[in-house]
Design a protein around this ligand. Structure first.
Ligand SMILES: Nc1nc2c(ncn2[C@@H]2O[C@H](COP(=O)(O)OP(=O)(O)OP(=O)(O)O)[C@@H](O)[C@H]2O)c(=O)[nH]1
Length: 387
C-alpha cells in the first residue's frame, strides 16, 4: 500500500479515536442514534489497522474480514441516522447486507483473484449506504428545525456516494491490475482519501443534528408551559408577534379569544390540586383538537388561556369559540376524587386596523369580564369589533 493511502487511513483512525470522547459526551443527551454512531466508529477503529496490515497478515483477515467490518460500520452508521430520525433501523436486513460482503470478497480473492471486483464490492456497498442515508435524511428531516445540518448531510453523502461509485467504475476500466500499480494511481489515491473521510465527516453531521435537536428542545422547554404543554407567556408573546406581523403583511384579520375556566378554585377544593391539574391538561388537549392548524394557544397563568386565530371572520371565530365552550361543558375528566365536569367563559375580539397585541387582548379580556359578570359559562364578543 502506498504511503499516501496509508497516511489517509491512519488519519481516519486517529480521527476515529478523537470522535470517541465527543460521541461519548453526547450519550448523556439520551438522543437516539448516538450509541449506534459510537459503535460504528469503534468497529471502524478495529477494521482500519487490519486494512493497513495488508501483506503482513493473512489476506483473509486484511481483505475479507477488514472490509466486512467496514461494511458493518457502515450499516451501524445508517442505523444511527435511522434511530435519530425516529425510523426503524431494520437490523436483520442491514446485518444480512453487511454479511453478504464476506462471501463476495472471499470469492473475488480465493476463487477468482480480482482486485477490481473486490473494489467494486466494497465501493458499491459504501455508495449504497451513503445514498440510503441521504434518502433517509431527506425524507425524514424535521421541517420545523434548522435546515443546515440536514442539507449538509444530504450534500456530503451524495458527494461521497459519487466518489465511491467513481472509484469502483475506475477499477473496472483498468486492464492489468496489480496491487502496486492501482494503488499508486493518483485518481485512486484521491478517491481513496475521500473515502477515508466518510466516517468522520458523517459522524460530525450526526453530531450537528444532535446539537440542533438539543437547542430546539431547550428553546421549546422555555417556550412551553410545563403542566399543559400550551405555549408559556414568553412563547406565546413571540408567536403573537409573528402572527401580528403576518396579519399586517397580508392585511388579514386576527381574532383573540381569552378563555377562563369557571369556579376553578372549587374544582381544586373538590377534586384536589392533582384533579385540577388534570382538568387543565385535558382542557388543553380539547382546545388543540378544536383549533385549526395555524392557531396559537398560550397559558396566561392559572386557569386562563389565550387563543389567537389568524385570517378568520368574526362569525367563524364566534362559532369556533362556541364549539369549544360546548365541548368543554360535555367534557368529563376522571380524577382520583371522582369525575369532574366544568365550564368556561370566553371573551372574543377581532383586531381593529393598526391595533397592537396588548390593545387586542385588553378588549378580549374586557369581553371575558362581561361573560363572568353575566353569570359565566358563556361567550361575549367585544362590541368594538369591525363588522
Ligand atoms: N390545580 C391547579 N390550580 C391552579 C393552578 N394555577 C392556579 N390554580 C388555581 O386556580 C384557582 C383560580 O381561582 P380564582 O382566580 O378565584 O378563579 P375561579 O375560582 O376560577 O373563579 P372565576 O374565574 O371567577 O370563575 C385558584 O384556586 C388557584 O390556586 C394550577 O396550575 N393547577
Amino acid at each position: 500500500m502506498t504511503s499516501a493511502v496509508s497516511v489517509a487511513l491512519a488519519t481516519t483512525w486517529l480521527l476515529g479515536l478523537l470522535m470517541l470522547p465527543l460521541l461519548g459526551s453526547l450519550l448523556r443527551s439520551g438522543m437516539p442514534g448516538v450509541w449506534e454512531w459510537l459503535i460504528a466508529n469503534v468497529v471502524l477503529i478495529v477494521a482500519l489497522p487490519l486494512l493497513l496490515l495488508r501483506g503482513h497478515i493473512s489476506d483473509f483477515i486484511s481483505i475479507v474480514i477488514a472490509n466486512a467490518l467496514v461494511a458493518l460500520a457502515g450499516v451501524t452508521l445508517y442505523a444511527g441516522f435511522a434511530r435519530f430520525l425516529h425510523r426503524p433501523a431494520r437490523w436483520p436486513l442491514l446485518l444480512f447486507c453487511a454479511a453478504m460482503t464476506v462471501p463476495a470478497l472471499a470469492y473475488w480473492r480465493y476463487v477468482v483473484d480480482s482486485i477490481p471486483m473486490r473494489v467494486v464490492v466494497s465501493t458499491g456497498f459504501t455508495a449504497a449506504i451513503c445514498i440510503a442515508i441521504a434518502i433517509l435524511v431527506a425524507r425524514n428531516r424535521n421541517m420545523g428545525r434548522a435546515r443546515y445540518p440536514y442539507v449538509a448531510t444530504i450534500g456530503v453523502t451524495v458527494m461521497f456516494a459519487t466518489c465511491q461509485a467513481a472509484r469502483g467504475i475506475y477499477f473496472t476500466t483498468l486492464s492489468h491490475v496489480s496491487d502496486a500499480l492501482t494503488f499508486d494511481a493518483t485518481v485512486n489515491v484521491v478517491l481513496l482519501c475521500v473515502g477515508a473521510a466518510i466516517m468522520p465527516v458523517l459522524l460530525m453531521c450526526g453530531m450537528m443534528m444532535v446539537h440542533d435537536a438539543l437547542l430546539f428542545n431547550a428553546r421549546d422547554a422555555v417556550n412551553r408551559d410545563f403542566l399543559t404543554g400550551a405555549l408559556s407567556r414568553e412563547g406565546f408573546a413571540s408567536v403573537a408577534r409573528a402572527l401580528l406581523t403576518a396579519a399586517d403583511r397580508s392585511r388579514s384579520s386576527l381574532a383573540c379569544l381569552i378563555v377562563d375556566l369557571d369556579h376553578f378554585k372549587s374544582i381544586n377544593d373538590t377534586f384536589g390540586h392533582g384533579g385540577g391539574d388534570k382538568v387543565l391538561r385535558e382542557f388543553v388537549e380539547l382546545v388543540r383538537s378544536t383549533l385549526r392548524a395555524g392557531d396559537a394557544l398560550g397559558r396566561m397563568g392559572g386557569e386562563e388561556f389565550v387563543i389567537l386565530m389568524p385570517d378568520i371572520a368574526l362569525d367563524h371565530a364566534r362559532s369556533l369559540a362556541e364549539r369549544l365552550r360546548n365541548a368543554a361543558m360535555r367534557h368529563a375528566v376522571v380524577t382520583d376524587n371522582g369525575t369532574c365536569t366544568y365550564s368556561l367563559s370566553g371573551g372574543l375580539a377581532i383586531r381593529l386596523p393598526g391595533e397592537t397585541m396588548s390593545q387586542l387582548t385588553m378588549r378580549a379580556d374586557r369581553a371575558l369580564y362581561q361573560a363572568k359578570v353575566a353569570g359565566r359559562n358563556m361567550l361575549c364578543v367585544d362590541d368594538a369589533n369591525p363588522g
